[in-house]
Design a protein around this ligand. Structure first.
Ligand SMILES: [Zn+2]
Length: 405
């Protein structure tokens, strides 16, 4: 039993509890996965873990009417985001750059001449997308709370940044022009009330505006049984059917979609402001389908843990210092303390410790007993480059926690 003083509790961590579907207002939400004390992700520190962090209770809910997955509890964003001192920025990660390229290629299908008057990127992060589409629009505007109080640091006269969220910003007041293109990548899933945000964006745009939104798709998460991708920051899990239902509700019209299956099953959805309500997509899964795949995921976690324990008295390394590793460890029901270190190819991560796991990150160049060791793939979403590397520089055993790659 842990000593009470050693356990860091998050007081008032939950600021909102969901009582009805965020898309269709259905009050009969079904609990798919209950996760008591689910850990926070993305916490690293320079010092070895001293305190034990408790997680925060969470639950994945699902709406059988529209197919939307959603979290029960909204954790205070100050706990989730302020803690991420070493969070990644889009331009640094090659996977993220690749994803941006796929997004721009899809955008081009709707505007081959690449001409807009005024583009907004909602959740613009480090402005990587807006820089990459410089040729697409006269005026480009980024909106993101990370730019709060740094708005004047931009040198480009056609590029504006607004520090804030859509919810708290008076768009009519602050926008220099009426947008005819609104883009957003991996932002809507972080929002407690996506309907309110979409409504505001639709209202501020020109009548013929093009919208292109990218979110992680729930359907592919279920198909692949990737329930380890459910975490506190993603409050929404959209499927094609639920996104379309949301657009219908707002009088908007879905005009196309594209799935980037191997990048978090990312779903790109294009829509316009107006159109007759139409249901093209049915809810893709039944409750039984989802529960069956959830149970398959749990079985894989059990087997991965048992397999790892078989080697626990030998050298085991993790490979890939993923931000999400605390959630994987949670489902493995282990703190992974039998792992010697987590290897990563990024020199900047060398020496850091996971704040909520007893694990340190070591650079791949510094591991001497690699070939005689067992390597456990800890960054599931980077399995391709990791596997290519591991199969070329073969350690004794490679363990991958899931059955599907
Ligand atoms: Zn619903």
């Amino acid at each position: 039993m842990m000593h009470k003083d050693m356990c860091i509790q998050y007081k008032d961590a939950v600021i909102n509890k969901r009582t009805q579907c965020s898309v269709c207002d259905n009050r009969e939400l079904i609990e798919i996965m209950n996760m008591p004390e689910l850990p926070i992700t993305g916490l690293f520190s320079k010092e070895k873990q001293k305190d034990s962090f408790s997680g925060i209770d969470q639950s994945l809910l699902w709406c059988s009417k529209c197919g939307q997955g959603q979290l029960l509890n909204q954790v205070n964003p100050e706990i989730l985001y302020d803690s991420q001192k070493y969070t990644f920025r889009t331009s640094l990660s090659s996977t993220a750059q690749q994803g941006t390229k796929v997004f721009i290629d899809y955008l081009r299908e709707f505007v081959p001449d690449e001409k807009f008057n005024c583009i907004i990127d909602v959740g613009c992060n480090d402005l990587y997308l807006l820089h990459e589409i410089k040729s697409f629009g006269k005026v480009r505007i980024g909106l993101d709370p990370i730019w709060t109080s740094q708005e004047n640091n931009i040198k480009d006269s056609d590029l504006h940044v607004i520090g804030g969220t859509v919810e708290e910003t008076d768009l009519d007041k602050v926008l220099p022009c009426k947008p005819d293109c609104i883009l957003s990548r991996h932002t809507l899933e972080h929002i407690f009330d996506p309907q309110l945000v979409l409504e505001k964006l639709i209202d501020c745009a020109t009548d013929d505006a093009l919208f292109l939104f990218e979110i992680p798709g729930f359907d592919s998460l279920i198909t692949r049984g990737r329930f380890d991708q459910v975490f506190h920051e993603h409050l929404q899990y959209f499927s094609l059917s639920s996104f379309e239902a949301l657009l219908n509700k707002l009088g908007a019209k879905l005009i196309g979609y594209h799935e980037n299956y191997h990048n978090w099953g990312a779903l790109m959805i294009a829509f316009r402001k107006k159109g007759a309500a139409h249901r093209n997509f049915n809810v893709a899964f039944t409750r039984e389908d989802i529960e069956w795949r959830r149970d398959l995921f749990f079985c894989q976690m059990d087997n991965a843990r048992k397999t790892l324990y078989e080697f626990k008295n030998t050298n085991i390394y993790g490979y890939g210092a993923a931000l999400m590793l605390p959630v994987l460890a949670y489902h493995l029901k282990s703190d992974l303390s039998f792992i010697k270190a987590v290897i990563d190819d990024d020199k900047d991560k060398e020496g850091f410790f996971y704040t909520n796991l007893p694990l340190q990150v070591k650079h791949s160049g510094s591991i001497e007993d690699f070939y005689s060791s067992t390597v456990f793939v800890t960054a599931i979403d980077n399995v391709k480059p990791i596997m290519l590397k591991l199969l070329q520089n073969r350690p004794k055993h490679i363990i991958y926690p899931l059955h599907i790659i």
